[in-house]
Design a protein around this ligand. Structure first.
Ligand code: FES
Length: 105
């Protein structure tokens, strides 16, 4: 639509200029995290199709788990293949992606 560059460069202006309710995204995980950061603190919902590696695709191998925030503040490792792949970006704990959460005792 006439803009060159990363979507994250122009997205704040688009959100500010238009009546945006929901953003649907897919692409690199770093971009999804950046879009979530842009939409945090706004009323805009960010639905993203996560790009986590998937081996089995049917919920058995656990290679596709992502840390997702529960309503009580705890973290669950959800399987992207069967719990997603579309997730609410504000629920994904992007800073923990690729790391194991600390075990709760
Ligand atoms: S790809 Fe195997 S559990 Fe998701």
């Amino acid at each position: 639509m006439g803009e060159r560059g990363r979507v994250t460069q122009t997205l704040p202006d688009i959100i500010g200029d238009r009546n945006i309710d929901v953003i649907y995204s897919c692409g690199p995980m770093a971009m999804l995290a950046a879009i979530t950061e842009i939409t945090s603190g706004t009323d805009v919902i960010h639905q993203c199709a996560v790009e986590e590696s998937m081996a089995c695709g049917i919920g058995i191998c656990m290679t596709c788990v992502l840390p997702v925030k529960n309503q009580d503040g705890s973290t669950s490792m959800l399987r992207s293949c069967i719990d997603g792949p579309v997730m609410d970006g504000s629920d994904v704990q992007w800073d923990m992606v690729g790391h194991l959460p600390e075990a709760s005792l």
